[in-house]
Ligand binder design. Structure first.
Ligand code: FES
Length: 240
């Protein structure tokens, strides 16, 4: 594969043609905020936190932008930092994120990103939606109040577990993750209770029942383990 040269924050960098820009930025040690991205899952380009500024001034989500010859990229301009802070504030304003009583307090990716950018208040009116919880599953629970619609649960269930229990219903602020055809989790016949969705969820929207404030920490390393195993055909079955 051809190698391309691009300029990132005034430094010349070489990368394989077609590589996604976010991967190149991380290879270069540039810290990029992300929420919908998770190594091992397909890209969605939905949260827009990983936005970069191209030479033309155009903003692009780096997780879905392949590198190109001659590309000029700025990752932390004043404009980008402002936009990222605004995105985070809008996420907080859209649902009911009350960190003080959340199972993921201290381990939440949304909370980390807000703290990293120095967000100390929200300039927008809170929508305070009246959202339900689904605690019908025997081991896990879903709290829509803390969901940021990153769709990691949808993608891990579809791409890794192969069950496709999760989906998204509705539009805009009325979007919700749903189970099967919008039924109670506990009554789902397609859910294998593997818990992968819970582990990849960046906030406390999906959690283990019985976990209390600040008790949940999520593990993502199973993704790499499964993908490596698949690549090496560790679990292939050959009929004699
Ligand atoms: Fe790129 Fe969310 S991480 S858009």
């Amino acid at each position: 594969m051809a190698v391309v040269t691009l300029t990132i924050n005034d430094e010349m960098v070489s990368a394989q043609e077609g590589t996604l820009l976010l991967a190149v930025l991380r290879e270069q040690g540039i810290e990029m905020p992300t929420l919908c991205h998770l190594d091992g899952l397909s890209e969605r380009g939905g949260c827009r936190l990983c936005m970069v500024e191209l030479g033309s001034g155009r903003l692009q989500a780096s997780c879905v932008t392949p590198v190109q010859e001659g590309m000029v990229v700025n990752t932390h301009s004043e404009r980008l930092v402002k936009y990222r802070q605004m995105i985070l504030e809008l996420l907080f304003a859209e649902r009911n994120h009350v960190c003080a009583v959340c199972v993921m307090n201290g381990h939440c990716e949304l909370q980390w990103e807000a703290a990293k950018i120095g967000m100390d208040h929200v300039r927008f009116d809170y929508l305070n939606p009246d959202l339900a919880m689904d605690a019908s599953h025997e081991r896990y629970a879903l709290d829509h109040n803390r969901c940021i619609l990153c769709t990691r649960c949808v993608r891990v269930c579809d791409e890794i577990e192969g069950a496709h229990v999760w989906d998204v219903m509705g539009r805009g602020v009325n979007s919700r993750v749903i189970i099967d055809l919008n039924q109670a989790w506990g009554s789902s016949q397609s859910c294998t209770s593997c818990g992968k969705c819970v582990q990849v969820c960046p906030t406390g929207a999906l959690f283990d029942k019985g976990a209390t404030v600040a008790e949940m920490e999520k593990q993502h390393n199973f993704l790499r383990w499964i993908l490596d195993g698949r690549e090496k055909n560790v679990w292939s079955y050959s009929a004699k």
